[in-house]
Design a protein around this ligand. Sequence first.
Ligand SMILES: [Zn+2]
Ligand SMILES: [Zn+2]
Length: 393
Amino acid sequence: MNTLLDQLRAQADEFIGLRRDIHRHPELAFDEHRTSALVAAKLEGWGYAVERGLGGTGVVGRLARGDGKRRLGLRADMDALPIDEATGLGYASSHAGVMHACGHDGHTAMLLAAAHHLAERGRFSGTLNLIFQPAEEGGGGALRMMEDGLFDKYPCDAIFAMHNMPGLPQGRLALREGPAMASSDYATVTLAGIGGHGAMPHLTADPIVAAASIVMALQTVVSRNIDPLQMAVVTVGAVHAGKANNVIPQSAVLEISVRALDREVRSRLEERIKALVAAQAESFGVKAQIDWRPGYAVLVNTPEETAFAREVALELVGAERVTLQAPAVPGSEDFAFMLERVPGSYLLIGNGEGESHGACMVHNPGYDFNDDNVAIGSAYWVLLAERFLSAGA
Ligand SMILES: [Zn+2]
Ligand SMILES: [Zn+2]
């Protein structure tokens, strides 16, 4: 496999340059106009049939070759985050308050580097669908592309995506069968009480006391209602109430984040939180209203496609640089929605560990994508595409 890696190393400088150009011009969710135009122009230049504007700023490049019937989807994300970059790098963000702090610049560059190689010298028979999605960071760009007919227009037999991971050695490939990333839901609880004088609490219905009790009661959901072997998180991240020490306010608001790695646990959390909030509120004589907003789904990697993705990783970098069954990650990822429609797998590529440049965690103002991954990440995509769309399949 060294020859393939060597070939992608030989063209890596061009794509590292592209990565740094995207890094310098980061764009927030659904605002990836420059980035998607750049992606579309490159793909067109290499002979892909390109559709722009899918799901807002999403791009799909299709390349069909030979008479193979299989259809493969590879997905990269393009959006940046509302963070002030503090890396001091020569190619640091030129947009104040916006930064590629999750490495989506690198994911885009890796998939483009693979796209270039596959168009120039790829040996495959079948259909390659390269999906560049907007708004992975909370905006649900994957879902928007699907609502715009992504898999109706570009049917895929399997789909794969890759994310960099600081703390893992650079270039190490980590896979996982089954649930790999958490669902994330949001709830806003509004408690309506009766305000009044702080010296005469018996004439009020105090929403602050109710809110405090609810915060504590919520701590029992994970500890008492969920199987201890299952992962679950209930975090009250914000409490808003009151203005003065001698005034009992009319209302209080709680902002809650809820995560799970299992669909049943996820619905159990919702059921218990709603029941606890309602019963607690009633016991304090206040009215509770819950606005429940479902976020990203649990990301589940299918067995057959994960086994295939592992074989490709082993062939490319060898057993000592592959984690066959990595631990799950409590973060969320909207590729989960694509995996609800199409079988596939999501893998991680190490960004660097210890004191190295790539070890800084994503979403930190000091983070940077590790450019040494451009060659290895793109080689992985090329090999996976050639194996999946092997002639005669
Ligand atoms: Zn992120
Ligand atoms: Zn990310």
